[in-house]
Design a protein around this ligand. Structure first.
Ligand code: CA
Length: 231
């Protein structure tokens, strides 16, 4: 009787110690997460923006890259809230460039929208951002975003509205071409290389933002990039 009591007590002590250790380790994890996430993802490496649609001076000391998906509601929201501020404050002023890389997290429609985006950029890079914005604007309200809305017809209509220079026959040919498939697959390769987990993901000079809507951190990373450039 005595012995079995002892066993029960010592089992409870061991059990409590394990719970304590698990709780302690979890707490450690939580506090360690922010710093490691930023560094781990990229190791300070920044994606090449060669061949990617880029706003502003591509040689600017700071490069901002958005990994975005035309089917993603948060990307639409980011484009309506953070993007205009960012462009006015830092891209139009020549301090930073802004590039867009396609992410295909929502399947076939993401792929078609990306192919259309690359095809539009090939024909009319100057009006690219008008088209880019219009695709996000065409995205239905959040609760309906799973409904199919990206079709060959819809992207042709958007392209036609975004620029009078677009040859729609060529646009459709390009969408179906190997050349554009390769461009989209190159973007997909970057998504994997930089371990993009969610959209939009924003990178500034090799640092992946944990929260793309955190404008204060965006500003501090841009300013840090500018200071490093002056050194
Ligand atoms: Ca691309």
């Amino acid at each position: 009787m005595k012995n079995s009591k002892k066993i029960v007590i010592s089992t409870l002590v061991v059990f409590a110690a394990i719970i304590g250790l698990v709780l302690f380790l979890n707490r450690e994890d939580e506090t360690a997460q922010p710093a490691t996430q930023t560094a781990q993802n990229t190791g300070g490496k920044h994606p090449s923006i060669e061949g990617q649609p880029t706003l502003g001076d591509a040689e600017a000391p700071v490069s901002i890259v958005e990994f975005g998906d035309y089917k993603c509601p948060s990307c639409k929201q980011w484009g309506e809230t953070i993007y205009p501020k960012l462009i006015a404050d830092y891209v139009d002023t020549g301090k930073a460039s802004f590039s867009y890389i396609n992410v295909l997290f929502h399947g076939e429609e993401s792929t078609l929208a990306s192919l259309a985006s690359e095809s539009f950029y090939k024909q009319d890079p100057k009006n690219f951002w008008t088209f880019h914005k219009s695709v996000f604007a065409a995205q239905p309200a959040t609760q309906e975003h799973d409904k199919p809305w990206v079709t060959m017809e819809s992207v042709k209509e958007l392209a036609k509205a975004a620029s009078p220079n677009i040859d729609l026959v060529q646009f459709e040919k390009d969408i179906n071409s190997d050349e554009m498939a390769e461009k989209v697959s190159k973007d997909d390769g970057l998504v994997k290389e930089f371990q993009v987990q969610f959209t939009p993901s924003i990178m500034i000079n090799g640092v992946m933002l944990e929260d793309p809507f955190d404008y204060e951190t965006i500003v501090s990373l841009i300013e840090k990039g500018q200071e490093e450039d002056k050194k």
